[in-house]
Ligand binder design. Structure first.
Ligand SMILES: NC(=O)C1=CN([C@@H]2O[C@H](COP(=O)(O)OP(=O)(O)OC[C@H]3O[C@@H](n4cnc5c(N)ncnc54)[C@H](O)[C@@H]3O)[C@@H](O)[C@H]2O)C=CC1
Ligand SMILES: O=C(CO)COP(=O)(O)O
Length: 313
């Protein structure tokens, strides 16, 4: 909003009125005044997008299909911020990545994703952050870099949307695992091992879906994994910490008040990986824990009890 005329569209009229009154989003991003120039609006999303040069969908994964459907026919670039895979299944398809949902629900859109290590509070406070804009379309990547690259935000372009989206989804599942590890006081060695082996399984999964290995060494892979697995602002990490303290999943989710995408996408990630014959033991352990099939200590024992294996398969 410093450099562009920006309209924030909201689906919920009560929330819209609260934001307009307080000029703040007290429910989701407290203590951050909304820029004076930011226009707030409701009504049909497509009307709000009329006249825009770029549309950003900033909802959780669960709302992406509906929101993209509502934007069908928009001709300017559209990008989403969500990190995860779809939990609902279609005939013959499950664990769809965001761009795969777009290809099914609004195939005419020219679209992409903005991802990378970026806690919202820090971005809102203009703390230095680097992101990646991914799309198969060069003009969409350029539009995102042009709109967002600035003094406190560096935006790199990448045409590997599969790799960028796999990184964003899988790091959430792995952050639950590292939260659990830290909550159980297993130590810094264990955390480093989980992050590194987690990166290996994220990469295996991505390669099976057609991603490039180098993408996982970048901001949306290693970068976001390190941030989310170690940063206490992470909601996914918090879920792991709370489970380690003996809270139930329902209690952990309830206490967050925000979405923790790993809770919703872990099963679908594992289901899709199994279908592709990709081993993801850490993600499997997280799913067993979330399903209540194992206790935290049993999940750790199962991982440590695996047979020896070469580091690079
Ligand atoms: N918060 C963060 O630091 C970051 C979040 N993300 C990703 O962005 C996505 C959204 O996360 P947050 O905003 O943090 O979640 P949040 O739980 O804090 O807020 C969710 C927002 O989406 C809205 N919403 C929910 N369902 C909707 C629907 N059907 N239609 C329209 N709006 C709807 C809610 O009203 C709320 O404003 C997630 O996929 C997350 O992984 C990505 C980067 C950083
Ligand atoms: O994606 C994020 C930071 O890049 C936010 O992570 P959480 O959803 O775990 O808070």
């Amino acid at each position: 909003a410093d450099r562009h005329a920006v309209t924030l569209w909201a689906r919920d009229d009560a929330q819209l009125a609260a934001m307009a009154g307080a000029r703040q989003n007290e429910r989701y991003l407290p203590s951050v005044p909304l820029p004076a120039s930011l226009r707030l609006t409701g009504g049909p999303a497509k009307d709000a997008a009329r006249g825009a040069d770029l549309v950003i969908v900033a909802t959780p994964m669960a709302a992406l299909r509906e929101q993209l459907g509502a934007l069908a026919g928009v001709t300017v670039p559209v990008a989403w911020l969500c990190k995860g895979v779809e939990t609902a299944t279609e005939a013959g398809a499950f664990g769809l990545l965001p761009h795969e949902i777009q290809a099914r629900s609004a195939p005419s859109l020219r679209a992409g994703v903005l991802s990378g290590p970026s806690f919202a509070q820090e971005v809102a406070h203009r703390q230095p952050t680097a992101l990646v804009a991914a799309s198969p379309h060069a003009d969409v990547r350029a539009a995102l870099v042009d709109a967002f690259h600035g003094p406190s935000l560096r935006v790199y372009a990448n045409d590997d949307i599969v790799g960028v989206e796999v990184g964003g989804a899988v790091k959430n599942v792995l952050a639950i695992a590292t939260g659990l590890c830290d909550g159980l006081s297993l130590g810094l060695n264990a955390r480093a091992a989980l992050i590194t082996r987690g990166l290996a399984e994220m990469t295996r999964f991505g390669l099976a879906l057609g991603a490039r290995a180098e993408t996982f060494m970048g901001l949306s892979g290693l970068g976001d994994l390190v941030l989310t697995a170690t940063g206490d602002l992470s909601r996914n990490r918090k879920v792991g910490l709370l489970l380690a303290q003996g809270r139930t999943l329902a209690q952990a989710v309830e206490s967050l008040g925000h979405v923790a995408e790993g809770v919703y996408c872990a099963r679908s990630v594992v289901q899709r990986a199994r279908h592709r014959g990709v081993e993801m033991p850490i993600a499997e352990g997280v799913v067993a824990l979330l399903d209540g099939r194992v206790q935290p200590a049993e999940a750790v024992a199962a991982l440590m009890g695996r047979d020896p294996a070469p580091e690079i398969a």
